[in-house]
Design a protein around this ligand. Structure first.
Ligand code: PDD
Length: 312
């Protein structure tokens, strides 16, 4: 059944749908119990996919990271962690929410499930909670053209930032501090080194080569980071997965944020200091163009089996 209603003869308005434990519901009707360990402990992981024309970008790499996170926190991977089940759920949510065209994101969260509160794991029979939804997405094209200003904050997170946990309080506080300072994001600094931002990885250009924090336990292994580094190598830009420090900032030629909802966003000011020329640099521009081409190419051939056209 399609959840939606006709407002005029020509325009259909869709309620955004959620998938919760096997059911498709209007998002406002999707509820988890107060005993859910995601709610009580932040005991779960999540993923965010970019969607263009109803197709998920890099389905399998995100799924691999999801399965890695589930394994690290010892939640048995539910069926949705398989590509075909995921494609079916995402396809239906996108189609029935009116998001099978244009840009969107697909969000998936898996928690250890609902059980009376004890810090140790609940009984083995406790079923993980599986929640997914979709959202319209508007790429920040203006920001990409002007470049962003960011602030710096201490990286106060735990030592397992490689797990895409729903515990995002330090990220939330960092991003709020940026917003209150009129900035776009916050770069996090641990022991003098730039790790990543509140919701993106951070790449710099120094002496003509890309520098970025190695993909260890101190950052999320961003899928966009992986792709952008592949592109950089392909176009002949040297890549060094070595962290750069706060003290390197005045010497940087370019600085940019990369992520699923960030694409490649040039940073032109950190706190009150200009980066490089103070305008978006050529390497960031080129990497964005190539990334965008990859997204468009990967998402242009629609899989009709998964994403049949919405009923008129
Ligand atoms: N954030 N680092 C952090 C801390 C992130 O939260 C994200 C993604 C990234 C970039 O990873 P990827 O390229 O795989 O999206 C790096 C998502 C988009 C979010 O929390 O909404």
């Amino acid at each position: 059944m399609e959840i939606g209603f006709q407002v005029t003869h020509s325009r259909r308005v869709h309620a955004v749908l959620a998938y919760l434990n096997g059911q498709y519901l209007p998002r406002s009707a999707a509820m988890v119990p107060v005993d859910d360990r995601g709610f009580v402990f932040g005991d779960g992981v999540y993923e965010v996919w970019r969607v263009v024309s109803g197709r998920l970008f890099e389905t399998e790499r995100h799924l691999q990271r999801l399965r890695y996170g589930l394994n690290e926190i010892r939640i048995a991977a539910p069926d949705i962690a398989c590509g075909d089940v995921l494609a079916r759920v995402a396809g239906r949510l996108l189609r029935e929410s009116g998001l099978a065209e244009g840009e969107a994101t697909f969000y998936l969260e898996i928690t250890r499930g609902a059980a009376p509160r004890t810090h140790n794991f609940p009984p083995a029979s406790t079923k993980p909670t599986v929640f997914a939804t979709v959202n319209r997405f508007n790429p920040a094209d203006d920001l990409r053209r002007t470049g962003a200003r960011v602030i710096t904050v201490p990286d106060v997170r735990w030592m397992r930032c490689d797990i895409k946990s729903v515990q995002l309080l330090p990220n939330v506080l960092a991003k709020q501090q940026a917003a209150e300072a009129g900035a776009v994001d916050a770069l996090m600094i641990r022991d003098g080194m730039i790790t990543e931002s509140s919701h993106a990885n951070v790449l710099a250009v120094l002496d003509g080569a890309i520098r970025t924090h190695p993909a260890n336990n101190l950052i999320l292994r961003g899928i966009t980071r992986q792709i952008v580094l592949e592109i950089a190598r392909e176009i002949g830009v040297a890549v060094h997965e070595h962290a750069f420090s706060e003290r390197d900032l005045p010497r940087l030629e370019e600085l940019f944020l990369v992520g699923t909802t960030t694409d490649v966003t040039p940073v032109v000011r950190v706190d009150d200091a200009a980066i490089g020329s103070g305008a978006p640099g050529p390497i960031a521009k080129r990497l964005f163009t190539e990334l965008r081409a990859r997204i468009d190419a990967a998402c242009s051939a629609r899989l009709e089996s998964d994403f049949a056209p919405a009923p008129a």
